[in-house]
Design a protein around this ligand. Structure first.
Ligand SMILES: [Mg+2]
Length: 415
């Protein structure tokens, strides 16, 4: 092993990473803003009447109401549950405030979502005790600047994977430190799918291999995991041992979004594939406009459907020649949906574009695409001056709704 490699390993082992996660974020912001809601069960819901619970207050969570609970089920548990419509702009504005607090301590801040971030404290503190004091100061500043109802949980560890799991360990307002060498012992308290990076599908595949816990996962050798999970096999091999070498990616290096999506819960359930196609085109027009505004093209499109029984369908399609044109996006969205037979009626439709890259201007030299581009740009200019639905594709005339704002990752909060 070369000297540089040894130096790298020592550096990685010496890291002190904090993960800070705001507790019941949207609900807490609303409780802070509305004193009458403080200390009682309440929930934040999406803009549609048929939406689900987006965030439940700490008090509502104690009753069993959580993110994803259907509104009717929440009301069955707590009939007078106050339901507040989500105000994403307000949540983003407050996110900027607490991120400013983090950045005042270290520039090594990775914005992981609208309510959580990783901080690499390795250059600011020399041990976990000093990190604990620093995180205590951050918590106090959040409370003073944003209000005492905005609370956060924090995990401190030698890597991002364990730090994130540690922040989950004590909620609300908790602080958990996992010292070097204690990672495996700490990890073994958790179920496989409690860890970031093991979703339902991976868990099911692991279960089919007889792997039910991290202890079981450590019994599977690296070659087997790589054969089954390809490059993700090495990640699974490492996380089962509490190892994660991913660096904290500072916010100033991540200014472009990783994906752009639009989704909507329909006002009625439908089997009509024609309608689903129209909605997908409607979303593609909106996404294409955002791509052009940000100077991006996308190399992958995905479509997802949520059915009446809350089961789902999701599929992605690679786009060989990355694009920012609505018509191209729609072509691939349609292809992605393919000959899907709807056995269940659809209640929610979503389209997302990923593998985003800078548009280098050479991707649309084909005259046919150039004409389409000119038409789309003129249409977008008209819409920005006279309102979003002034011009649209003929088949989407009559679709009278706005796509839901994205509640997912917002890594460009400071851009
Ligand atoms: Mg949170």
């Amino acid at each position: 092993m070369g000297a540089r490699r040894i130096f790298f390993l020592i550096q990685m082992n010496d890291r002190i990473i904090a993960h800070i996660d705001m507790n019941s974020y949207f609900a807490s912001v609303e409780q802070q803003a509305r004193p009458a809601l403080r200390g009682r069960p309440m929930a934040v819901v999406g803009p549609s009447k048929r939406s689900i619970i987006i965030a439940a207050s700490i008090e509502a969570k104690k009753l069993g109401i959580k993110t994803g609970t259907q509104i009717k089920d929440a009301l069955a548990i707590c009939p007078r549950l106050p339901l507040i419509k989500a105000d994403c702009q307000k949540y983003e504005a407050l996110s900027r405030e607490f991120i400013e607090i983090f950045i005042s301590k270290t520039p090594q801040v990775e914005i992981f979502s609208i309510d959580e971030a990783f901080l690499d404290l390795s250059d600011c503190v020399s041990n976990s005790e000093e990190a604990k004091i620093l995180v205590g100061e951050i918590k106090q500043e959040i409370s003073q600047r944003l209000g005492k109802y905005i609370k956060c949980s924090c995990g401190i560890a030698t890597n991002k994977f364990i730090a994130k799991l540690a922040s989950e360990a004590k909620k609300p307002d908790g602080l958990t430190i996992v010292e070097t060498g204690e990672e495996i012992q700490f990890l073994d308290q958790f179920e496989l799918d409690e860890a970031c990076g093991i979703g339902n599908r991976i868990k099911e595949r692991l279960n089919r291999m007889g792997v039910e816990s991290f202890k079981d996962l450590r019994r599977v050798n690296q070659t087997t995991l790589t054969l089954i999970f390809n490059s993700y096999g090495l990640k699974l091999f490492n996380i089962a041992r509490g190892i994660d070498r991913e660096p904290v990616k500072p916010y100033y290096l991540v200014t472009k979004p990783k994906s752009i999506s639009r989704s909507k819960t329909l006002s009625f359930n439908t089997f009509d594939k024609n309608l689903i196609d129209k909605v997908a085109l409607f979303f593609c027009q909106d996404i294409a406009c955002e791509l052009k505004n940000k100077g991006l093209v996308c190399g992958q499109i995905g479509i997802y459907l949520r059915f009446q029984d809350f089961s789902g369908f999701a599929k992605t399609q690679r786009i060989k020649a990355p694009t920012d044109l609505a018509t191209n996006l729609h072509f691939f969205a349609k292809k992605t949906l393919g000959n899907l037979v709807l056995k269940n009626s659809v209640r929610k439709i979503g389209v997302w574009c990923s593998s985003l890259k800078e548009n280098n201007g050479q991707l649309s030299l084909c005259p046919k695409f150039e004409t389409k581009r000119k038409i789309e740009i003129i249409s977008e200019q008209i819409n920005s001056k006279y309102g979003k639905k002034t011009t649209c594709f003929a088949s989407t005339v009559g679709l009278n709704f706005s796509p839901s704002p994205s509640y997912g990752f917002k890594k460009d909060l400071l851009s």
